[in-house]
Design a binder for this molecule. Structure first.
Ligand code: PMP
Length: 401
């Protein structure tokens, strides 16, 4: 009998090699107990968390926790239905109003995850006669959205507006709609998109632009509205997609837009229509976390100061850190023989980061993805840098000092 699992043999052997090289399965680390936003118990030890997406520390917001408790008590713990059936409560519409107002946009759609927001928006917007034009380093949810759509998909070189322009010009299809998709901050490298340049291409070529601000929402811009706000071009972005699962510390996704047709997408967007809506406690916690974020702009300043401190620390000890300073800092290594043991040493010594291996990395080299929080203290950052120095030396990383 043909096996359904023969295609997994490659994965099993690759995983076996990773475990053999370092002793652990890096893809099944368990945080036994979150102690605070910056510390969790892993393997029975308190470990510094430098590999989450909890940029503002709001997963532990006392106001959000209280709001979740109150909402569960008042409304129950789930909706048992999708947004277009029985799954829309007043709380959902209130959150959509709050998000739309925050972005200064006409309307917002709230999805059950950020993954579904990309899946839903991209597949519902781009039909078989349209072009979808994606940054080559796009997140899986963007690629999966393009698979779910029937559109013709074109990729352009990562963060390269000239390449984007050339590829659109080459299409020579003025009568077909074109949707460009980019991210505000790229999740693996921390690269920030040149959104103003992408807007210029969009205007020049008569395209639409969708920006996924998953990692830049709450992080970039004077009000935390993301990379488009920081670049001063918000009004030229047609669709902003984002998630609650990073800066707001909860779960869920959204899309905001001024296009009145957004209302119609609610009836043609499968990942919105055919899944249960977010439970009341999550909606209430998200509302509270967004209020927290707006009330505490100093969190963003602290976050950027902390990012600069960690980045400078890595440069000082000779590591190959991301070029741009953002809350996502990648330390790129030459080989898996260095990266896997180094990731294990870091955990032995009390620092958790994300190990990312090719082909999941942008330039076929392994990297240690580190992320910073506003709630990290200077001492925690300095301690992490010292542990990185020790782990890099032990792993024989070239240039580490
Ligand atoms: N877009 C990007 C760029 C992401 O990095 C992620 C999550 N890693 C998502 C979308 C999906 O967000 P969520 O976790 O809310 O599903």
């Amino acid at each position: 009998m043909a096996s359904l699992f023969s295609k997994y043999e490659g994965i099993a052997s690759a995983l076996g090699s990773v475990v053999a090289a370092g002793g652990r399965n890096p893809f099944s680390v368990i945080i036994e107990k979150p102690v605070s936003s910056t510390v969790g118990v892993i393997e029975g030890r308190e470990t510094l968390l430098f590999g989450t997406n909890n940029y503002l520390g709001l997963s532990q917001s006392p106001r959000a926790i209280k709001a979740a408790q109150d909402a569960a008590a008042a409304c129950g713990v789930g909706t048992t239905g999708s947004r277009i059936a029985n799954g829309t409560q007043s709380l959902h519409r209130q959150l959509e109003g709050q998000i739309a107002r925050f972005f200064g946009r006409r309307d917002a759609m709230v999805f059950s995850t950020g993954y579904q927001a990309n899946l839903g928006m991209i597949s519902a917007l781009a039909g078989k006669d349209d072009y979808l034009i994606l940054d080559a380093d796009s997140h899986a949810s963007i690629y999966d959205g393009s698979r779910l759509s029937a559109a013709q998909v074109i990729r352009f070189r990562h963060n390269d507006p000239d390449d984007l322009y050339k590829r659109i010009r080459r299409l020579d299809a003025p009568d077909r709609a074109k949707l460009i998709v980019v991210e505000g901050i790229y999740s693996m490298t921390g690269n920030v998109a040149p959104v103003a340049e992408f807007v210029a291409v969009k205007k020049e070529t008569g395209s639409y632009l969708l920006v996924d601000e998953a990692h830049s929402f709450g992080v970039l811009g004077d009000n935390g509205r993301g990379a488009a706000e920081a670049a001063g071009v918000e009004q030229d972005v047609d669709f902003v997609v984002g998630t609650f699962s990073k800066s707001l510390g909860t779960v869920g996704g959204y899309c905001v837009s001024d296009h009145p047709e957004l209302e119609l997408l609610r009836l043609n967007c499968r990942p919105y229509m055919f899944t249960a809506s977010l439970p009341p406690e999550i909606i209430a916690a998200t509302t509270a976390a967004l209020e927290d974020m707006q009330a505490h702009p100093e969190l963003r300043t602290q976050l950027m100061d902390n990012a600069a401190r960690l980045h400078a620390g890595f440069v000082k000890i000779g590591l190959n850190a991301s070029k741009q300073v953002s809350p996502v800092i990648a330390v790129t290594l030459e080989t898996e023989e260095q990266a896997i043991p180094m990731w294990n040493y870091l955990l032995d010594l009390g620092v958790y980061v994300n190990l990312s291996l090719p082909p999941a990395t942008p330039d076929s080299r392994p990297l240690l993805r580190c992320s910073v929080m506003a709630t990290h203290t200077a001492q925690q950052i300095d301690k992490a840098v010292e542990i990185f120095r020790q782990a890099a030396t032990k792993a024989g990383v070239h240039g580490a000092r």
